[in-house]
Design a protein around this ligand. Structure first.
Ligand code: FAD
Length: 283
């Protein structure tokens, strides 16, 4: 099933991102737990956080073919050649995976972009996928701007290029301030972007991790989140509770405002997701 069609339903689509874990035992446990929430889809990262690229399609295939959950395979293009991209696409086809999140990826520090690297922006990959395949294509959106481009209008212009190239749905980078998302939504409407958007949510239950992500992504940390992360820095249980409470509040407000999808960056921790989802109705 194409993920774009899950957004046609009246209720908010629930979905999860996982990264390739160390082994299949852990993987089966994570998917088994997440499956209890009847997700619209589960996405698998590509090469992010040191995880192996080769396993993305393999894991997406397990999600789709063993668990019958719709799978979304991430793919980054900046360090790949045309042939490498085509090999991944072939592999997706063989495994009957119908959905792909087309990303540029971060440019590694010591990496030189050569002539063989044809796809300099995500829109170039989206364009190729649209021509070569029947895949349903997702793309990344940045409500608070991207680290390399903080000009929100330029960001939205580039987002429009991705949509025009063929992106069928969007998933946002995590954010903690819903108002920034609501303003972004107004802005993209002005640019005539009507593509469904799932909002990316990561519970702030680990201060070190959130600070690392803040450096990488430039996500804005509101005072409220900063304060509870500082207050409970050395009290794991209290921080977990505060992070879960904040994420629950954030999602409830987003659902009230009729977001099309809520996409959890699970960090492979279904227990935390469960604590949040126990508080929330997705109707
Ligand atoms: P692009 O849309 O190409 O944008 C990259 C930069 O180029 C931005 O600053 C943009 O403003 C600028 N830009 C875009 N078009 C143009 C243009 N025409 N001219 C000039 N500048 C332009 N990374 C991974 O490595 N693996 C993953 O699995 C992964 N999953 C992700 C999932 C989600 C939902 C999100 C939000 C991000 C994910 N990332 C992942 C991170 C992502 O790869 C980085 O944020 C990356 O730096 C940008 O990727 P992009 O696809 O948004 O690139």
């Amino acid at each position: 099933m194409f993920i774009k069609d899950t957004f046609l339903k009246n209720e908010t689509t629930l979905s999860f991102e996982i990264f390739p874990p160390k082994n299949n035992e852990i993987l089966f446990n994570i998917i088994g737990e997440l499956n209890k929430f009847n997700p619209g889809f589960i996405s698998v990262t590509y090469g992010a956080g040191g995880s192996s690229k080769d396993r993305t399609v393999e894991i997406a295939s397990i999600i789709k073919n063993k668990y019958s959950i719709e799978a979304l395979a991430h793919l980054t293009c900046i360090t790949s050649t045309k042939e490498e991209i085509e090999e991944v696409v072939e592999n997706l086809k063989e495994n009957k995976i119908e959905n792909i999140l087309a990303l540029r990826g971060d440019i590694p520090e010591d990496f030189t972009i050569g002539k063989e690297h044809l796809y300099r922006h995500a829109k170039d990959l989206i364009h190729k996928l649209k021509i070569d395949t029947n895949l349903c294509i997702g793309a990344a959106a940045y409500p608070e701007g991207h680290n390399e481009c903080k000009d929100l209008d330029m960001n939205v212009k580039y987002l429009k290029e991705k949509v025009d190239a063929g992106a069928d749905f969007l998933i946002t980078q995590l954010f903690f301030d819903n108002n920034n998302f609501f303003q972004f939504k107004e802005k993209i409407y002005k640019y005539n972007i009507k593509t469904p958007i799932a909002v990316g949510i990561m519970p702030a239950v680990n201060k070190t991790l959130i600070e690392k992500i803040q450096k990488l992504s430039g996500v804005i940390i509101p005072d409220k989140v900063e304060n509870f992360m500082n207050k409970y820095e050395n009290k794991e249980d209290d921080l977990r509770k505060a992070g879960i409470e904040y994420a629950s509040y954030q999602i409830e407000e987003l659902i009230k405002n009729k977001v099309e999808g809520v996409h959890f960056y699970t960090m492979n921790k279904p227990d935390i997701i469960k604590s949040i989802l126990d508080n929330i109705s997705f109707k």
